[in-house]
Write a protein that binds this ligand. Structure first.
Ligand SMILES: [Zn+2]
Length: 341
């Protein structure tokens, strides 16, 4: 298969649930009321990136329609090949050797961008910049961006994408027109997700666990831990019943890794905490009976404390702390939690 055949298609169109915001953006473009900078904010997994890429394509396209970019003109072809001279998509850098992605967008990246924004468009139309996720601009990078945000060259649009817009400095936010994207309504989200997971009940479960964000729900289906939920809960139950040792349990989960298991523990114990504090509904609905059995064996306050410890472990994991040691600690702490009264 040639490279062109395996390359994912450039998304020339937004998701169906983005129809209204798409029309709003298109109308800004068609009536020349487009600001220099847009801040697209909203929950992770609702398609901010897709919307921004599709809108960039429409602005750059030589023959756009209300539906979006044509997909065949020279500009659209260059976008498909990732070689459009008037388009920059800025994300935290990934080291080619270690494959580690930087925690921040660095000031050097913004300095390059400033040069780009000052030049004129090579294809004679717009220049478009997407910065994602914008809350990962470090302080220096944010400062370097300010002037460009205020007065980029003519026909330049900078789109900042963020699920945490309040983490951006007030000065950055004040220079952008903010468009807050909502989570799609559940019927639209289900209509998109159900055919992909081929089971409406699973689609509902995944959406419930992802706060209704369709892309997050699809990613969850593919998450390493999703198929292991029952086993994990059974281990949590066995530990509370004293039928298993914490280290034995932890050792099994070393195989999956702390990156997968810590979020799984956080998600499962969120449900346990809900039931332990008297609620009756859980998010992992298919596993409600086991969750209820676990919740009977632990006090609500203890689960909350455990969950704070998990959040801390997830922070440590992004540092240099060994994942397996964190898992050992988590399972030991779980086994030692105070019992329900
Ligand atoms: Zn086109």
């Amino acid at each position: 298969m040639s490279e062109a055949e395996v390359r994912p298609l450039y998304p020339f169109h937004p998701y169906a649930w983005q129809h209204d915001v798409w029309l709003r953006l298109a109308s800004l473009a068609d009536t020349s009321r487009l600001p220099h900078a847009l801040l697209l904010s909203g929950h992770a997994g609702i398609g901010k990136q897709r919307l921004a890429l599709a809108f960039a394509a429409r602005l750059l396209c030589h023959a756009p329609t209300t539906q979006g970019a044509c997909g065949v003109c020279k500009s659209c072809q260059l976008l498909s090949y990732g070689t459009h001279p008037d388009f920059v998509w800025l994300v935290p850098e990934t080291d080619a050797k270690t494959e580690k992605t930087a925690k921040y967008i660095k000031v050097d990246q913004i300095r390059e961008l400033v040069g780009f924004a000052e030049k004129s468009a090579q294809l004679g139309g717009y220049r478009v910049v997407i910065i994602e996720p914008a809350h990962l601009l470090n302080v220096q990078a944010a400062n370097a961006l300010l002037k460009t945000l205020e007065e980029p060259g003519r026909h330049t649009l900078i789109m900042l994408l963020s699920a945490q817009p309040l983490s951006l400095s007030a000065t950055i936010r004040s220079r952008c027109q903010q468009i807050a994207l909502a989570v799609p309504d559940s019927a639209e989200a289900l209509a998109w997700l159900s055919p992909q997971v081929r089971d409406e009940a699973v689609a509902r479960l995944l959406l419930g666990l992802s706060d209704g964000a369709p892309l997050a729900a699809l990613a969850l289906r593919d998450a390493l831990w999703f198929g292991e939920r029952e086993r994990l809960l059974k281990d949590l139950l066995a530990l509370r019943e004293g039928r298993q040792s914490a280290l034995m349990a932890a050792q099994h989960w070393h195989g999956l890794g702390a990156e997968a298991v810590l979020p799984a523990l956080a998600s499962m114990t969120e449900d346990v905490a809900m039931l332990a504090s008297g609620a009756t509904l859980v998010k992992h609905r298919d596993l409600a009976p086991i969750i209820a059995a676990v919740a009977k064996l632990v006090s609500a306050a203890a689960v909350l404390g455990f969950r704070q410890g998990l959040a801390e472990k997830q922070r440590l994991l992004s540092g240099n702390v060994q994942g397996n040691a964190l898992l050992d600690a988590a399972f030991s702490e779980w086994a030692a939690l105070a019992r329900a009264h």
